[in-house]
Design a protein. Structure first.
Length: 376
């Protein structure tokens, strides 16, 4: 009897230790990525957002690709040497998710509560935030860019670890859809970090505040929900999906990428130089004058937020690429984008109407479609 009780206690202790190891894994990863971002060399650039007190443009240190490369290299080296398994993040995905959720809640409270109130209700302030732009470590890191960076890198590590579990579990007949999914999603992560400077000119950076939505979203939701396609398929065998389906998925993804990246790049170049001819042939046509100018040619003459259409198409391509088109779980990712971007479009439309006034009304008449040309 004593032996059984001792074995049970040892088993419970081992399970607890295993849970805690997984729980604190995202804490350690996020801390390590933060250190890498702060100490590694970086490009120093001027952004679009302005300092809340001085009105001057904020400056940023950008080294996302370097941080990503080192993090992936360390993950590969740890697996190759046997220090930890390449599938560690998969094995501890549930406890890791709990740890990431907890960290996101704690840091959200630490960022929001000490800041001066904006006059809104506490739940709204906690969710949306109080501070517009939070600079950390003596200006060596910007809270928004740092959060997006660590979320993107942990997302990539999760993708690699989840896929490793599939390949280790089905070594004789792995799914090519898993490989395609990871390749496409890795492209998504790498090109986001490659174009870090462009994102300094997007809605997320200059319009949103630092609160639960951003902090918890980047630390927990971004790295753990985005790869939901692998959560639901990494354990499954090869579905032997037809080649045409995988080709269609890749075409859908890159079509969406071309729309989203093209629209964002056109807006980026326009904000830096209003005379810039995008891609050498898209002339900048505008409405308004002075500081209140709205771009209405090229991508922005098709729909007022056509870049959101591109994001949704990319997400749909990822869902299809796994080779399980009738499985509902991978489709939660594009559904999330529909809800998120549909809501953001409404909010941005109200913000722009208040900022641009009659100019925005004229833009609405010239470009009636919100996201999908001819449909919505």
């Amino acid at each position: 009897m004593k032996g059984l009780l001792m074995n049970e206690a040892l088993a419970n202790g081992s399970a607890t230790a295993d849970f805690l190891a997984g729980f604190f894994t995202p804490w350690l990863i996020h801390a390590g990525l933060t250190i890498l971002h702060v100490v590694l060399p970086a490009r120093e650039v001027e952004g679009y957002a302005q300092d809340e007190t001085t009105g001057e443009r904020l400056h940023y240190r950008l080294n996302g690709l370097l941080v990503l490369g080192i993090a992936v290299g360390l993950w590969w080296l740890a697996g190759w040497t046997g220090w930890i398994s390449w599938e560690w993040l998969w094995v501890h995905r549930w406890s890791g998710l709990v740890g990431a959720i907890s960290l996101g809640l704690l840091l959200s409270a630490a960022v929001v509560f000490p800041a001066p109130t904006t006059g809104r209700s506490l739940p709204i302030e906690f969710f949306l935030g109080r501070r517009e732009n939070l600079q950390l470590f003596g200006g060596r890191a910007d809270a928004k860019m740092l959060l997006y960076l660590v979320g993107a890198v942990l997302l990539e590590l999760n993708l690699l670890s989840f896929a490793s579990h599939h390949w280790l579990s089905h070594p004789r007949d792995p799914s090519p859809g898993i490989a395609l999914y990871v390749a496409l999603f890795s492209w998504f992560v790498c090109e986001y970090l490659f174009f870090e400077r462009v994102h300094l000119y997007t809605y997320d950076l200059f319009a949103e505040r630092v609160g639960f939505k951003l902090v918890w979203g980047c630390l927990a939701w971004y790295p753990y929900f985005y790869p939901i396609g692998l959560w639901s398929t990494a354990d499954l065998p090869n579905p032997h999906a037809p080649t045409w389906l995988l080709v269609l998925a890749a075409l859908l993804f890159f079509s969406g990428w071309a729309v989203a990246r093209g629209a964002n790049m056109q807006k980026y170049f326009f904000k830096r130089d209003r005379e810039h001819v995008f891609l050498g042939f898209i002339e900048p046509e505008t409405l308004g004058s002075g500081k209140r100018v709205v771009l209405c040619s090229g991508f922005w003459g098709v729909a007022r937020h056509v870049n959101y259409l591109g994001e949704i198409l990319m997400a749909s391509g990822l869902a299809l690429s796994l080779g399980w088109p009738l499985l509902p779980w991978p489709w939660l990712y594009p559904l999330y984008y529909v809800v998120l971007l549909g809501t953001r479009e409404r909010d941005d439309d109200r913000r722009c109407a208040g900022k641009y006034g009659e100019v925005w009304q004229a833009y609405r008449k010239r470009v009636p479609w919100r996201i999908i040309p001819g449909l919505y």
